[in-house]
Design a protein around this ligand. Structure first.
Ligand SMILES: [Mn+2]
Length: 391
């Protein structure tokens, strides 16, 4: 059975000040063309269909068109909600869409009820696990502990129980939206850390033949059968070196991954990160090849040049982002707020703040629990508000 695995479309998202709706429409054209040209048997969309709980109408219209075209192509599609989606809003009409072969799984209640497809070698059961916010679903799933790992273990127990009751030899696929250990993040995923622990081990997914993951925006294979497709477009300059693709997976007669191919997504415009003094960036012939790229420029001039954006735009009309990183001996004190925070979690930043105001006295274990608990409460409040459609 041939599966096309994609995720993290983030419909409605823009890149700095550039709207990406046309690029997202081009990606969806490419998806539908791939389904037809490569004789795909099922499409898997592993969450973050939209960028926001309440997406702009233009994004909703784009999604609507995609649903119609997938249904017309006659290819079964399984989709889950991600941490950016409002599960309730995305799931509207799911029962009706089912009849058109589009299987939206946004409710944890449906985790143990697969979409069953068949080929010459028998059945394939496809289980959709929507993004599971631990504090909201722990009780309902009967998870033993708080945290991402415990709720995913409970969800996977339901999957394995259902699978065990099916005829021997039934092959299985799971879609999940999670941060799985070993995966490399970028700057454009929303943090889902709980209690300081974000990543769950790949062993959580033991017992199924293929795991189609969403959340991380770089394409990667954690094991041959546990993969992230990554987003179809770059959503931050940290993804400059990513190759954006979908996975075309051939699931063999015994559930083995017989083939895994990366299908390239259309690139609206390449990305480039340039660094140096403004005059050098404007003069260096090596940068000729970046003239049509979206540019992030880090200027190292000791004195901030006059109107740098306008001057850069003369050579690089698609300059989107400027960073100032002057070359001086005491760069520490001059580093911008953003530079000092780069690559650090909210928890680390808060811990450093506490130790700063207490002149070096860091957090003890009890204080750290209180702090992490507060972060979790804020996230749960936000997620609960979105579930109730409050915003
Ligand atoms: Mn995402």
């Amino acid at each position: 059975m041939r599966l096309l695995h994609t995720s993290d479309w983030h419909l409605g998202r823009s890149f700095h000040r550039v709207g990406l709706l046309d690029a997202q429409a081009a990606f969806l054209d490419h998806l539908v063309a791939t389904v037809r040209d490569r004789e795909v048997d099922a499409v898997l969309v592993a969450g973050d269909v939209y960028d926001r709980a309440v997406p702009p109408l233009s994004a909703v219209a784009l999604f609507d068109r995609a649903l119609h075209r997938l249904a017309e192509a006659g290819v079964p599609t399984v989709m889950i909600s991600g941490n950016h989606d409002s599960a309730r809003r995305l799931g509207v009409g799911a029962g009706l869409l089912d009849r058109a072969g589009i299987h939206l799984r946004t409710d944890p209640a449906g985790i143990g009820t697969p979409v069953v497809l068949a080929d010459a070698h028998g059945d394939v059961a496809l289980y959709g696990l929507p993004y599971l916010e631990p504090a909201l679903v722990r009780e309902r799933l009967g998870a033993a502990k708080p945290g991402h790992e415990a709720v995913l273990v409970a969800a996977m127990d339901r999957v394995r129980a259902d699978l065990a009751a099916r005829p021997a030899g039934t092959r299985s696929v799971v879609l999940a939206h999670a941060f799985v250990a070993g995966g490399a993040p970028s700057d454009s995923e929303r943090d889902i850390t709980v209690g300081g622990v974000a990543a769950v081990p790949t062993t959580v997914f033991d017992g199924v033949d293929y795991v189609a993951l969403g959340h991380l925006h770089g394409s990667q294979a954690l094991t041959p059968r546990v993969r992230y497709s990554g987003s179809p477009l770059a959503y931050s300059f940290s993804e400059t070196d990513h190759r954006k693709t979908m996975w075309l997976i051939d699931l063999g007669a015994d559930g083995e991954v017989a083939a895994a191919e990366r299908v390239d997504c259309p690139v609206p415009r390449p990305l480039a990160r340039l660094r140096g003094r403004l005059e050098d960036l404007l003069a260096d012939p090596a940068h000729d090849r970046h003239q049509d790229s979206w540019i992030e420029a880090t200027l190292t001039d000791a004195v901030r040049p006059h109107d740098p954006m306008a001057r850069l735009a003369e050579r690089f009309p698609h300059t989107l982002h400027l960073v100032f990183d002057p070359e001086r001996a005491d760069t520490e004190s001059l580093a911008s707020y953003a530079q000092r925070l780069r690559g650090r979690s909210d928890q680390q930043i808060a811990e450093d703040f506490v130790s700063h105001v207490r002149v070096g006295a860091g957090l003890d274990a009890a204080e750290r629990n209180v702090l992490y608990g507060a972060f979790d409460d804020v996230r749960v409040d936000t997620a609960a508000t979105e579930r109730e459609g409050g915003r």
